[in-house]
Design a protein around this ligand. Structure first.
Ligand SMILES: Cc1cc2nc3c(=O)[nH]c(=O)nc-3n(C[C@H](O)[C@H](O)[C@H](O)COP(=O)(O)OP(=O)(O)OC[C@H]3O[C@@H](n4cnc5c(N)ncnc54)[C@H](O)[C@@H]3O)c2cc1C
Length: 382
């Protein structure tokens, strides 16, 4: 069969590769001048540092099959994400851990003492049924830690007060009562030695795959193909006819520094009056390389306009209602499957994106073998 993949990010690349391996012809188009989607990495011309062009990407997963899959296409080197934050004129360790708590309160508590201190003296136990992010944070960690580490960052990141965000964002106690400052819990973590774009180049490197860059999809392009896998924005497929799904976008202010600017890859800025959310110093993502000069991104978050890159889906009540209407339209569409973070309007980590892409390809191949139509969604967006 002839397949058209819209988007040369992880979703389009992984599904396309699986179909090509089973004898199908695959054309991949992307509106950008590079492959890799938002995981795209490239060497900075000034410093030679490998830059995560659309923001910092750290690979982490518990999924063994996904870990084996990415290791086929890249040499992953050990990398632990250790994030710091400035707040009230000091630098603290994130996620909030025993070091953060002892430093913040000027104490030398052991784990059980710190646990009792936070849950009995700090947490607001008068909140029995937290409804908002703010109430949930106050319930778990109390006002002091909430205001220093969660409030300002959240307001900047989401453009609204934490009292307007759902409690579900903070699912469990967001603190650790030991000195573990590894940002992620997952069993497998690492960074591809030559960047993510190199890895995705390997995935797309198959004789039955043709890649066309600088190519904007329009629906007429589907003629001549048996089926389309579309990883662009769901509302964009329908020319935004019902309105736009809300996204947050990011602005990166790039600067060069001679030497080591901040001593770590990611420094958050928790206070509301600092206009940016964090600074990323890219050379620290490749600790096995040596660079005198450094390239950094100051990161600002704001509501996405029509011409901005959509980064984080907002998925509040209003957006979910509109999403439901677009899903209804999509369900009536023939010969198109909507995939990936934009096609299903969800935040997806890379490992989840790959897992879903592998499953979608598998289910599609099964459907083809059984002479059945391919579904508009293999993963429900709502
Ligand atoms: C700031 C940020 C940080 C992140 N950090 C991490 C992290 O640390 N770890 C992690 O696991 N994940 C992280 N992610 C998630 C990661 O970026 C996604 O999992 C991944 O990019 C999803 O791949 P995708 O192919 O579904 O989408 P994308 O990467 O967005 O690819 C979609 C592609 O489709 C193209 N396209 C869209 N519309 C059209 C059209 N009409 N015509 C042609 N082409 C089109 C786009 O140009 C794009 O290249 C982060 C995401 C963001 C936003």
């Amino acid at each position: 069969m002839q397949f058209l993949m819209v988007g040369a990010g992880l979703s389009g690349a992984v599904i396309g590769r699986q179909l090509a391996e089973h004898g199908h012809d695959v054309t991949v188009v992307d509106r950008r001048d590079h492959i890799g989607g938002n995981c795209h990495t490239e060497r900075d011309a000034n410093t030679d540092v490998m830059v995560h062009v659309y923001g910092p990407h750290i690979f982490h997963t518990d999924d063994e099959e996904v870990w084996q899959y990415v290791n086929q296409y890249a040499n992953f080197l050990p990398y632990k994400n250790r994030v710091k934050t400035t707040s009230r004129g000091q630098v603290f360790s994130l996620p909030v851990n025993l070091h953060t708590i002892n430093q913040f309160f000027g104490k030398t508590m052991r784990p059980d003492e710190a646990h009792a201190f936070i849950t009995e003296e700090q947490a607001d136990t008068s909140i029995t049924d937290p409804q908002s992010f703010e109430e949930q944070a106050m319930r778990f960690v109390g006002r002091d830690l909430y205001e220093a580490f969660f409030k300002g960052y959240t307001i900047k990141q989401w453009g609204c007060h934490p009292s307007e965000l759902p409690a579900s964002i903070l699912k469990r106690l967001p603190v650790r009562f030991n000195y573990d400052d590894n940002y992620f819990f997952h069993k497998f973590q690492g960074m591809p030695e030559n960047g993510y774009t190199d890895m995705i180049t390997g995935i797309l490197d198959h004789p039955s795959i043709t890649v066309k860059l600088n190519t904007m999809f329009d629906r007429n392009m589907a003629d001549g193909f048996d089926h389309v896998f579309y990883s662009g924005p769901l509302d964009g497929y329908f020319d935004y006819e019902l309105g736009r799904l809300g996204y947050r976008t990011l602005d990166f202010e790039r600067f060069i520094y001679d030497g080591d600017y901040q001593g770590c890859a990611v420094m958050n800025y928790g206070e509301e009056d600092v206009p940016y959310t964090r600074i990323t110093e890219h050379k620290h993502f490749s600790p096995w390389e040596a660079h005198e000069r450094s390239v950094c991104y100051r990161e600002y978050s704001r509501a996405a306009g029509p011409d901005d890159i959509p980064y984080y889906p907002i998925r509040q009540v209003k957006e979910k209602a509109l999403l439901g209407e677009y899903v209804d339209l999509a369900e009536e569409t023939q010969n198109v499957t909507f995939v990936g973070r934009l096609g299903t309007y969800r935040y997806l980590d890379m490992d989840v994106t790959i897992r879903e892409a592998l499953d979608t390809a598998r289910a599609s191949l099964d459907a083809i073998a059984a002479d059945q139509d391919l579904k508009p969604f293999f993963v429900a967006p709502i």
